[in-house]
Design a protein around this ligand. Structure first.
Ligand SMILES: NC(=O)C1=CN([C@@H]2O[C@H](COP(=O)(O)OP(=O)(O)OC[C@H]3O[C@@H](n4cnc5c(N)ncnc54)[C@H](OP(=O)(O)O)[C@@H]3O)[C@@H](O)[C@H]2O)C=CC1
Ligand SMILES: O=C(CO)COP(=O)(O)O
Length: 340
């Protein structure tokens, strides 16, 4: 990467804007690509992203742009910050420009038909690109407000990890490296589902014991699933696993938590998502995860329970009854060596 080359951020939502500001703070020139010329113009003139990150000043080093091909051609390091449902359709038309580029996905979702994670889709679209995943407990607004934050850059490509650390590491943002791209990315996608449950529990006034049980059993369940897919369970003990699970299951700033909270207040799923007006990846992840767990025969009672409430017409009371009275199980069963 040459000193004067800009860095691209694809996606002008809350996280794209927060990430662009972080890069600009460390002295980089950033091209923040978005599809909507009106939003680009608003950011250019108001120096704020009024739609997705109101009240945060967008730094002078961030240039909003709308020409995707020109952006990719000009940049060697590209952060992909698009919703999972948009990533393939956005990148496919420019696939011919991606060879040799460093592409870092921050998107926390799973493709419905293929069950592919976002970096796997990028790999398919751009087999000659260098690929990484950025994931961790990273609420966009807190990053933008300079809350002390840590994240993980995960890639088999060590030089890519170092390049991302060099441009993102700063006084309020620490970047840890990992070679486990699959584990880090899977953790980020799975935790969104449990954040919906946690939001629901919070709106129903459930206590701290319940919250702790939910987060801990969520960790057991998502790790069990990941191990079945061949992932390293230890990654789930890191920032991209339990770290991200904690923040999204405890913070009202999480959009997935907010959807769950609204459901607990009696809104329908459609109403809850519409009220949010931003992406809540956990809703789609829940659908594909439930189907995949069944296909693989992985025991995921929390996922099955939430799916039953959201898509099968079961009541919360019925699901809680089934979960609490199910047959007794062993703790930390995914690594258990005990004779139980
Ligand atoms: N926000 C956060 O705290 C974090 C988010 N992430 C992940 O980052 C990803 C993006 O999230 P976030 O920035 O929060 O999302 P937002 O909902 O804040 O913004 C979504 C952005 O994507 C754009 N977009 C939607 N569809 C398309 C499309 N087809 N082509 C091009 N652009 C499109 C939207 O543009 P338009 O307005 O034109 O629709 C908007 O700029 C998600 O997977 C999320 O899980 C990861 C860590 C933290
Ligand atoms: O992934 C996130 C924090 O790490 C953001 O979570 P939400 O998408 O639920 O806001």
């Amino acid at each position: 990467m040459t000193a004067r080359q800009p860095i691209a951020v694809l996606g002008g939502g809350s996280f794209g804007t927060a990430l662009a500001n972080l890069l600009a703070e460390s002295g980089q020139t950033v091209w923040l690509w978005m599809r909507d010329p009106g939003q680009a113009e608003a950011i250019r003139t108001q120096r704020e992203n009024p739609r997705y990150l109101k009240g945060i000043k967008v730094l002078p080093g961030v240039e909003p742009v709308t020409d995707l091909a020109a952006t990719i051609s000009a940049c060697e390091l590209i952060f992909v910050v698009l919703p999972s449902g948009a990533l393939r359709q956005a990148l496919q038309p420019v696939s011919g420009l991606l060879a040799g580029k460093m592409l870092v996905s921050t998107t926390k979702g799973i493709e419905a038909q293929s069950f592919k994670l976002m970096s796997q889709i990028i790999e398919e679209i751009a087999p000659a690109a260098r690929i990484g995943v950025l994931s961790g407990p990273n609420l966009a607004r807190e990053i933008a407000e300079h809350a002390l934050t840590a994240t993980v850059i995960a890639s088999e490509d060590e030089a890519l990890c170092r390049a991302v650390q060099a441009v993102l590491h700063g006084r309020t943002f620490r970047v840890y490296a990992s070679a486990d791209r699959f584990g880090a990315e899977l953790g980020g996608a799975l935790k969104n589902v449990y954040a919906i449950m946690a939001g629901m529990a919070a709106s129903l006034g459930m206590g701290e014991n319940t919250k702790s049980m939910l987060i801990t059993r969520a960790l057991a369940e998502m790790t069990r699933f990941a191990v079945r897919l061949g992932a390293n369970p230890m990654t789930f003990l890191g920032l991209a696993g339990v770290g991200d699970l904690i923040v999204t299951c405890t913070s009202p700033k999480s959009r997935n938590y907010q959807v769950g909270y609204a459901l607990g207040q009696g809104l329908s799923l459609e109403e809850a998502v519409a009220r949010l007006g931003e992406v809540a990846e956990g809703v789609n992840t829940l659908r594909v995860l439930k189907a995949k767990a069944e296909e693989l025969g992985v025991y995921m009672p929390l996922v099955a329970g939430l799916h039953a409430i959201l898509f099968e017409g079961r009541t919360l009371a019925q699901v809680i009854e089934a979960l609490m009275t199910g047959e007794p199980k062993t703790d930390v069963d995914f690594i258990s060596t005990s004779g139980f």
